[in-house]
Design a protein around this ligand. Sequence first.
Ligand SMILES: O=P(O)(O)O[C@@H]1[C@@H](OP(=O)(O)O)[C@H](OP(=O)(O)O)[C@H](O)[C@H](OP(=O)(O)O)[C@H]1OP(=O)(O)O
Ligand SMILES: Nc1ncnc2c1ncn2[C@@H]1O[C@H](COP(=O)(O)OP(=O)(O)O)[C@@H](O)[C@H]1O
Ligand SMILES: [Mg+2]
Ligand SMILES: [Mg+2]
Length: 319
Amino acid sequence: MADSIKERYVVGYALAEKKRNSFIQPSLIGHSRQRGIDLIKLDPAKSLLEQGNLDCVIHKLYDVVWKENLSQFREKCPRVPVVDSPEAIERLHNRVSMLEVITQLTFPVSESECFGVPKQVVVMDENVLSGDGALGELEFPVVAKPLDADGSAKSHKMFLIYDQEGMKILKAPIVLQEFVNHGGVIFKVYVVGDYVKCVKRRSLPDISEEKIGTAKGSLPFSQISNLTAQEEKNKKYGEDRSLEKVEMPPTSFLEELAKAMRKSMGLNLFNFDVIRDARDASRYLVIDINYFPGYAKMPSYEPVLTEFFWDMVTKKNHV
Ligand SMILES: O=P(O)(O)O[C@@H]1[C@@H](OP(=O)(O)O)[C@H](OP(=O)(O)O)[C@H](O)[C@H](OP(=O)(O)O)[C@H]1OP(=O)(O)O
Ligand SMILES: Nc1ncnc2c1ncn2[C@@H]1O[C@H](COP(=O)(O)OP(=O)(O)O)[C@@H](O)[C@H]1O
Ligand SMILES: [Mg+2]
Ligand SMILES: [Mg+2]
């Protein structure tokens, strides 16, 4: 086979500047180079057919010009893996279709753990939002999340809503999701092809029954799991809570779940946020799925990503 006699491979990347700066670290370039893989920056506005002999394309760009460019490339070079398909990624740009992935999974769960998503409703209409019935069967407190999860700063702006008064700050379209006490810790599960790695991150603290009875209005927050320790101490929801003692979810359970999600979505590069229900330690709820997340924060990201590129260019394990 022609592929097996190649000495070097080329992986082209099309990423926004911020993503390039965080992901394409010299350490990753070095690791890949040693493995015989050259990472090259693609110009999203120029035909991919004129940008060298690509063995794989990775990307996180959503504009029309790029999509059209990629589509022409896929048509002309169907054997070159494009990680991942724009159609499959699209599903993660809406917080309803994103979590439908989980509710539609039918794989047999482990005997000791179960998974699901928090109760949620989507409100598309301003009039419904200002009325009494917007919550349906949900109970306060709820987390209000922008329906679009398109990577903009706006799409990460959330509110914790304690009562009807707090709803006034919201704008449709919005997803209202029941707040679930979970010990103030989220588990971020990074998936890179068939590799799965879970890390702990800080989250919103639990809300006591007493607070539920007395708290009023709304509390804005954004990307709380990305706060540094110092920043967190300055915030009103920040306490000195150690993550070290928190028990991880069973690895085999997360691996099974990740595998099923990967197959169902047809995606190789994503992470998902999981919380453990404080009232039932065997119940895990998926609250968020992100395409091509901040892998540089994942331990040993260089060898993991390099192995993945290797599998892609040698055409193994491509979903
Ligand atoms: O920037 P980073 O490294 O914090 O990564 C962001 C992710 O953080 P994480 O790795 O999950 O801790 C972040 O995850 P969360 O939504 O915070 O769970 C998103 O994946 C974000 O992408 P986008 O803005 O939704 O397109 C990611 O942002 P981009 O780097 O893709 O812009
Ligand atoms: N249903 C929920 N119950 C409790 N906390 C939640 C819930 N949904 C989100 N959170 C908290 O809000 C944070 C941001 O929500 P998330 O859906 O992950 O949005 P983003 O895409 O901006 O990361 C989570 O990391 C978690 O700390
Ligand atoms: Mg999240
Ligand atoms: Mg997200």
